[in-house]
Design a protein around this ligand. Structure first.
Ligand code: GAL
Length: 752
């Protein structure tokens, strides 16, 4: 199928519904909105967690050409939580589930000329719709049409989907291989049986275009066919370090006695093998330790309603901070997010929606439907290396989980499955035993051990089993961005403890922290704030010190990292030192206020890490000596590679940076603007919490409050375009509440 038009712009919205809306022709009393949209913007914190629970109405006109297309389809990529679609007042379909793709044929409901689409969206959280159940989940589901809506005009015979399966023989240490392409086409034929020629075109950035054809018989109705294999030699493989991608296009020419039909389907694929055993996870035969985090797809104020650019930035940010895997906790995420992961070589563990409880038979059926929706929609993303077929942290139900696992294997025999547990000695139906290990709360003699549990103790399998830590820290050690540096430092070390334990023992396939970003939640999980401060970044994607545990593990040829878990100065601790420095340098020299320079080396207790942190230890020399500032210098191969200076009497400065300064104004587009209070040497002033006001002009809007106080020395926000289709310059001014800190302006060019 080929998109005719994206239907993201120009919806009429009312946070309300009554039956007579279905007969309405004029919606000028509704609000004009664009997709992605949320039914209600919420405050950052301390709000009623049912604020977005409502039934609301979205209406939009579509113009169907005079010569009516033979078939018309509409696809909703994500609507939270459930909705009914009406076309010209008649119900054309319903869908339940905030994360699955909804696909409708609306041919019989549309006429040439003006047609009215109405979506009645129910965003009341419902225990019968996963992920909610008997237990209310630890995150908000928000509400509204928050992912793309697409319209398709088609002939009688349609390629609804293609899963590009293949066999691969890996060569040259996993860099290239011979591929036998075996795509499975999902066809929908509204005519009687006919014959179709399928032309397959494969093109890669650095390889010649290759084509082949197959002739198939297409029966009437829904059916699927695996095309007879075609061999491609010397294909460059998709590797996390060099993710080669190929475009594949399937063109269909269909014919029977009555009809002719044409269609095409394009997708992007990457070729790679996956193999898992108890001592390792292998991509193209190369063992890789999975190090990463969990991501909720929510943002402050607008919940799920940020589009392509924001989705992509999350992948980029987590890559920049040294992660090689992201768990899509706890549901299917945006194709934009997954596309980006494909492009940059990020590995993905995606799972079906669920949290803490399994419901009745209908609930189980909804979960099986979610498996089908997830695997069929996301099959072609090479970045996805694991499917999660359990509902997060539920107890064993062998009958149900055998069904989810087997369905997943039938739809995709190539990827390993797992299911995330909080309990030990669970029956292992899947390929990998995943466990949420919260050792920071595990205490021994009243002292937090902060260490991972041995895989065999968790699985109860002395012979070993593929084992993955899918969550640790965060939940049991929340950190607010403005928390005292010693708590931030402890959080960072807990992060490193997990990494160290996982690196030293082959029994861990990998480890993912809980979690990437702070997120809004229900009162059941955060009484008055409605925020889980579990992230290594805050909700605005600004790092806490804990993020540097991961970033410091990067190869210094990518980026040299040297970040002290301290403000490095007087007043925060009984003495200035000891404090830890997260770094990938070989050693550091530190001058702390007197003229003595001391050299410190990576800590032996973290020797399993690629880059152990360095402890600047207490030596009692720095007390009662006038504070003259500090310098920390990092060395690699005996050469100075980084120098951090901490002035004696720092001045407050404001550094403002936009993630992007060019935005698309033909549809809604967003960029984040990050304002960090630093000293004159660029060190973040973590303890500053001054206020600022934000003013925007041009065809952009600020998302959230225009009056903000810094938290943890930073404030960040998103601005979005109004989708007016005008090219112009827009601007954002940040006014500070200080006369000694200059206001800042960011110019943004809007293109179409
Ligand atoms: C885990 C759960 C996560 C999150 C975390 C923090 O048990 O899997 O989704 O809720 O606890 O409370």
């Amino acid at each position: 199928m080929k998109i005719q038009e994206k239907l993201n712009n120009g919806w009429f919205f009312k946070p309300d519904y009554c039956e007579e809306f279905l007969r309405k022709k004029d919606f000028s009393d509704f609000e004009l909105v664009n997709i992605p949209h949320t039914v209600k913007e919420i405050p950052y914190d301390c709000f009623d967690d049912k604020t977005t629970w409502m039934v609301s109405t979205y209406a939009r006109e579509i113009e169907i050409p005079k010569e009516k297309p033979e078939r018309v389809f509409i696809v909703f990529d994500g609507v939270s939580l459930a909705f009914s679609l009406y076309v010209n007042g008649k119900q054309a379909g319903t869908h339940k589930g905030p994360y699955s793709i909804a696909f409708f044929e609306i041919t019989e409901y549309v006429e040439p000329g003006r047609n009215i689409l109405i979506c009645v969206v129910d965003s009341n959280e419902d225990p019968n719709i996963p992920p909610n159940g008997e237990i209310i989940v630890d995150y908000l589901l928000y509400g509204g049409i928050y992912r793309d809506v697409k319209l398709y005009y088609q002939d009688a015979c349609v390629i609804k989907n293609v899963k590009v399966g293949y066999d691969l023989e890996v060569k040259e240490n996993g860099r290239c291989g011979d591929v036998i392409l075996k795509p499975e086409l999902y066809l929908n034929n509204a005519s009687t049986e006919g014959t179709a020629t399928i032309r397959v075109t494969v093109s890669g950035e650095e390889s010649p275009v290759r084509c082949y054809e197959r002739v198939i018989t297409v029966p009437e109705g829904e059916n699927s066919v695996v095309l007879e294999g075609e061999l491609f030699r010397d294909i460059e493989l998709w590797n996390p370090g060099k993710p080669a991608l190929y475009e594949v296009e399937f063109s269909l020419s269909f014919e029977n006695e009555e009809k002719k039909a044409e269609d095409s389907f394009r997708c992007r694929v990457g070729f790679r093998t996956l193999h898992v055993e108890s001592k390792g996870f292998y991509v193209n035969g190369n063992k890789i330790k999975l190090i990463g985090t969990n991501r909720h797809q929510s943002y402050p104020y607008v919940g799920y309603a940020l589009g392509k650019r924001a989705q992509e930035k999350d992948v980029d940010l987590l890559k920049e901070y040294g992660m090689n895997i992201i768990r899509c906790s706890h549901y299917m995420q945006s194709n934009y997010f997954l596309d980006r992961a494909d492009e940059v070589g990020m590995l993905i563990f995606e799972e079906i929606p669920g949290w803490g409880s399994i419901g009745d038979e209908a609930y189980k059926q909804a979960s099986l439907d979610n498996i089908e929706n997830m695997v069929n929609s996301h099959f072609n993303h090479p970045s996805i290396i694991i499917w999660g077929t359990r509902l997060n942290e539920t107890l064993d139900d062998d009958d149900f989980y055998t069904k989810t696992h087997e369905l997943c294997k039938r739809l995709d025999p190539t990827r390993p499955t797992t299911g995330d547990r909080y309990h030990k000695h669970s029956n292992l139906i899947e390929d990998i035993y995943s466990f949420n290990d919260y050792p920071a709360s595990g205490t021994k003699d009243g002292i937090s051990t902060g260490r991972l549990t041995e895989p065999r103790i968790v699985t109860g399998r002395p012979e070993g089993a593929p084992y993955l830590v899918a969550e640790y820290i965060g939940a049991d050690f929340p950190v607010r961005p403005w928390d005292h540096e010693e708590r931030q430092e402890k959080h960072t070390l807990l992060g490193l403890n997990g990494l160290q334990d996982a690196m030293i023992n082959d029994g861990y396939l990998g480890i993912m922290n809980w979690c990437a970003f702070d997120y809004n939640t229900h009162s059941d999980h955060s009484l008055h704030e409605k925020i889980c401060y579990h992230g290594i970044f805050d909700m605005f994607r600004v790092p806490k010190m804990g993020a540097y545990a991961f970033k410091s593990q990067k190869d210094p040829s990518d980026e040299v990292v040297l970040e002290p878990c301290a403000t490095v100065g007087r007043g925060e601790r009984s003495n200035i030192a000891p404090f830890w420095v997260m770094t990938n340098c070989d050693y550091i020299d530190v001058k702390l206020s007197n003229d003595i320079v001391r050299r410190y080396y990576p800590a032996q207790e973290y020797a399993a890490l690629a880059h152990p942190p360095i402890l600047v230890s207490e030596n009692g020399e720095f007390w009662q000596v006038p504070w003259a500032g500090s310098v920390i210098i990092g060395y690699i191969d005996g050469k100075e590679v980084i120098r951090r200076e901490f002035p004696a009497n720092p001045h407050l400065c404001l550094t403002v940076r936009a993630d992007d300064r060019k935005l698309c104004n033909s549809e809604q587009d967003e960029t984040r603007i990050e304002c960090i209070y630093t000293d004159e040497k660029g060190n973040r002033m973590y303890n500053h919490n001054g206020a600022a006001s934000i003013e925007v002009s041009g065809d952009i809007e600020l998302i959230g409050s225009s009056i903000r106080s810094a938290a943890g020395g930073s404030l960040a926000f998103w601005v979005r375009t109004k989708a007016t289709g005008i090219c112009q310059k827009a601007s954002v001014v940040i006014h500070t509440d200080r006369t000694d800190v200059k206001d800042q302006m960011v110019e943004i060019s809007l293109y179409i």
